[in-house]
Ligand binder design. Structure first.
Ligand code: BES
Ligand code: ZN
Length: 614
C-alpha cells in the first residue's frame, strides 16, 4: 500500500488502490499519458548502473506543466519497481499503478502537490526491462568489460524511465549516471569524450525531445574525432575501423544542411554497439546508435549513417504525433537519406539504392494485409513494432519522390525546408501534413490515394538503372548456362559494389541447385564474405538450396550478430521445412541469450515458442 492517509478521498478509491486494479482509459494510442491535462516538460535522471543486479537504480525528477486543474499526473511504466514518489522537499505523494495492459504496461497515477511543479519518483528498472540489454564481457567485441545499451523506440522508454511515453510530448532532460569506474557512459545528450575517475557522468539535452529518443550506453568506449562537430564512440578494437568507414560523415552533415536547413543539435556522433544491437541504426539525438555490421571495410553501407543523420530533421525535429503516423518519420527520412547519398556519391549510385528499395517494397507489399499498406497505419491495440514494414519507409519514400517529380526539385526542396523550419520541435499528424501540403504546394495529383488506400498507386515513380540492368543480365546469363568465370570476365564483377552483389543474389529468388551454388561459391567466395548484406542474401539461397558448405556460416552469422533485419528472414526461411525448423531451434537455443528483447520477440513468434517452452 502506497497511499498515505491524508491522500485518501474515499472508500472506493482505497479499495481499488488496494488491489492495484484501476483500469485507466487510454486517451492516446499506446500511452496512458494525458498531456493535455498535465505535461512533463523536463526530466532529470539520477541513476546508478548496477551490472551485478542488472538494474538501473535511482530517481527520475519530472517537471510538469499543468494545463488544466487536473490533480493527477499520468505516466507510462512497464515493469518498473516504484519505491516512492515525493516532492523535491521529500513530502511523499500518493500514487497508484493501474491495471496492466499487454505491451503497454501500467499507468502510474500520481497525486500532484498543491504547490510546486516537480515530482521525484524513486524506482529501479528490472533485469528483464525490454529496452535494456545487459551484456556480459563475453558478449562484447573486446570481451573485457560488461556493456549496456537501451533501445527506447517505439514504446520501451517506459521499461527504464517513468515518463509520458508518447511521441506527442517533448521534454528537455538532464542526467547524472554512475557507472563502474573503468566504463564510459553516453546518452542522447551532451556527451563526455573521456572517462572520469569516479565513474560519474553528467548529461544535458537542452532541445526538447520525445521519450522514444531517450538513450543510454555504457561500456569500455573510446572516442575518436571525425570532424569539428562529429566523432565516433566504439570499443577500443573497433574505433579505427569505424573512423575509416565514417570518413564522409562531415560531408553528409554539410549536404543535409544545404538541403533542408541548419543542423539543430550541435554535435553529431555515432556509437558502434556490440553486434547484438537489434537495428541497423537508431537516431538518438546527438548520438546515433549503430550496428557494427555496417563496417564493411569499403564504406559501402554508409547510407545507414545518412539515414540516421536525416532523422535529425525528419523525426527528431518534426516528430510523428502517433505511431500511426510513422511514415512521417521514416518515409521522409528515406527520402532525405537518398538526397544526401545523391549529393555525395552522385545520381547513378543513389539510383542503384533507390532501385533496390523499390524491389524490396514490391516484394514485401505482396505479403502484407491490405490495411497495413496504407501510409496512415492503424496500430490500435497492436504493437507499434508491427508498423515497421517497407510501407512507412519505402512507400513513404516513393510518395515524396512522386511529389518531387511532379512539382520539380526546386519547388519541392523549398517546400520541405519551410516545413522543417515551421514545425521544428513539434509533433505532426498525417492530417496536419496533408493540410500543410494542400496549402503550400500546388500539385495536381491525388495525394490521399497514397495515404488512405492500399498498395502502390499507378503514379509511383519508376527507377531504371543501367548498372543494375547489367547485373540482372549477368544473373540471367548464369541461369542460361554461362560459367561464373565467364560472367566475371564479361561483366567486370571485380568492380561491383555491395549493391551489385545484392541485386545479383536477389535475382535467384526462384532458387538455385546445389551445383549452381557450388559453382558460384567457387568463383565469388560468397560463403567466405565478410560483408553482412551479401552474407544475408547468400544465406537465404543456402537455406533454399540446402547447400551444406554454407550451413556453418549460417550458424556463425545467426549467433554472431543480433540485427533483426538479418535474423528474421533467415529464421523464417529455415522454419519453412520440418528439418529446417529443427536446425533453427537448435541454433536459436544457443543464440537467444545473446539477442536483445526486440529480436527475441520476433524470433520467438517465428519459431512458435511461447513463454512456456522457450
Ligand atoms: N528509427 C529507426 C529504428 C526503429 C524504428 C526502431 C521503429 C524501433 C522502432 C531507424 O532510423 C531505422 O529506420 N533503422 C533502419 C536503418 C535504415 C537505414 C532503414 C534499421 O535499423 O534497419
Ligand atoms: Zn529510420
Amino acid at each position: 500500500m502506497n497511499l498515505k492517509p491524508r491522500h485518501l478521498y474515499g472508500f472506493a478509491f482505497v479499495i481499488v488502490a488496494f488491489f492495484n486494479m484501476t483500469a485507466y482509459p487510454q486517451q492516446l494510442p499506446h500511452s496512458f499519458a494525458r498531456p493535455h491535462e498535465v505535461a512533463v516538460t523536463h526530466l532529470h535522471l539520477d541513476l546508478q548502473v548496477d551490472f551485478d543486479a542488472r538494474r538501473l537504480v535511482g530517481a527520475a525528477t519530472l517537471t510538469v506543466d499543468r494545463r488544466t486543474d487536473a490533480s493527477r499526473l499520468f505516466l507510462d511504466t512497464n515493469g518498473l519497481d516504484i519505491a516512492k514518489v515525493a516532492t523535491v522537499h521529500g513530502t511523499e505523494l500518493a500514487w497508484e499503478l493501474g491495471q496492466e495492459v499487454a505491451k503497454l504496461g501500467r499507468p502510474l497515477a500520481i497525486e500532484l502537490p498543491a504547490a510546486g511543479d516537480q515530482v521525484v519518483i524513486s524506482y529501479s528498472s528490472r533485469p528483464t526491462a525490454e529496452a535494456v540489454q545487459w551484456l556480459t564481457p563475453a558478449q562484447t567485441t573486446d570481451k573485457q568489460h560488461p556493456f549496456l545499451f537501451t533501445q527506447s523506440q517505439a514504446i520501451l522508454a517506459r521499461t527504464w524511465v517513468p515518463c509520458q511515453d508518447t511521441p506527442a510530448v517533448r521534454m528537455t532532460y538532464s542526467a547524472k549516471i554512475q557507472v563502474p569506474p573503468q566504463l564510459l557512459a553516453v546518452m542522447s545528450a551532451s556527451n563526455p569524450q573521456v572517462k572520469t575517475a569516479t565513474g560519474i557522468y553528467h548529461f544535458e539535452m537542452k532541445q526538447p525531445i520525445p521519450s522514444y529518443l531517450l538513450a543510454l550506453a555504457v561500456g569500455d568506449l573510446e572516442f575518436h574525432q571525425l570532424g569539428s562537430r562529429s566523432g565516433v564512440y566504439a570499443e577500443p578494437s573497433v574505433v579505427k575501423k569505424a573512423v575509416w568507414e565514417l570518413q564522409d560523415t562531415e560531408r553528409m552533415i554539410a549536404a543535409a544542411e544545404t538541403l533542408y536547413g541548419p543542423y539543430r543539435w550541435e554535435r553529431y556522433d555515432v556509437i558502434f554497439l556490440p553486434s547484438s544491437f537489434p537495428f541497423g541504426g537508431m537516431e538518438n539525438p546527438r548520438l546515433t546508435f549503430a550496428t557494427p555490421t555496417i563496417l564493411a571495410g569499403d564504406r559501402s553501407l554508409v547510407a545507414l549513417i545518412a539515414h540516421e543523420l536525416a532523422h535529425s530533421w525528419s523525426g527528431n525535429l518534426v516528430t510523428n504525433a502517433t505511431w500511426n503516423d510513422f511514415w512521417l518519420n521514416e518515409g521522409f527520412t528515406v527520402y532525405f537519406e537518398q538526397r544526401i547519398m545523391e549529393a555525395i556519391y552522385g545520381r547513378d549510385y543513389a539510383e542503384m539504392l533507390a532501385r533496390l528499395t523499390l524491389d524490396g517494397l514490391l516484394d514485401e507489399i505482396k505479403d502484407l494485409k491490405a490495411r497495413d499498406t496504407w501510409l496512415k497505419l492503424d496500430l490500435a491495440n497492436r504493437n507499434p513494432d508491427d508498423g515497421m514494414t517497407a510501407i512507412a519507409y519505402d512507400k513513404g519514400y516513393f510518395f515524396l519522390r512522386m511529389l518531387e517529380e511532379k512539382v520539380g526539385r526546386e519547388t519541392w526542396d523549398a517546400f520541405l525546408r519551410t516545413y522543417f523550419e515551421t514545425f521544428a520541435f513539434q509533433s505532426m499528424t498525417t492530417e496536419g501534413f496533408l493540410k500543410y501540403l494542400d496549402e503550400h504546394l500546388k500539385v495536381e495529383v491525388d495525394v490521399r490515394a497514397w495515404v488512405y488506400s492500399p498498395g502502390l498507386p499507378d503514379n509511383c515513380p519508376v527507377v531504371e538503372t543501367e548498372e543494375l540492368a547489367r547485373v540482372a543480365a549477368a544473373a540471367a546469363a548464369f541461369l542460361g548456362g554461362k560459367s561464373p568465370a565467364e560472367i566475371s570476365e564479361a561483366f567486370q564483377t571485380k568492380d561491383w559494389t555491395t549493391h551489385h552483389w545484392n541485386h545479383f543474389l536477389r535475382s535467384f529468388k526462384g532458387g538455385l541447385t546445389i551445383d549452381q551454388m557450388t559453382r558460384l561459391d567457387a568463383e565469388f567466395k560468397f560463403t567466405a564474405s565478410g560483408n553482412s548484406e551479401i552474407t544475408h542474401d547468400w544465406l537465404l539461397l543456402v537455406i533454399g538450396a540446402g547447400y551444406e558448405p554454407g550451413m556453418q556460416k549460417l550458424e556463425a552469422f545467426l549467433t554472431g550478430q543480433g540485427r533483426r533485419k538479418f535474423l528474421k528472414p533467415l529464421y523464417e526461411a529455415l522454419a519453412k521445412t520440418d528439418t529446417g525448423l529443427v536446425v533453427a531451434k537448435r541454433i536459436y537455443e544457443q543464440a537467444r541469450p545473446g539477442y536483445h528483447a526486440v529480436s527475441t520477440q520476433t524470433i520467438d513468434t517465428i519459431l512458435g515458442l511461447n513463454d512456456d517452452d522457450k
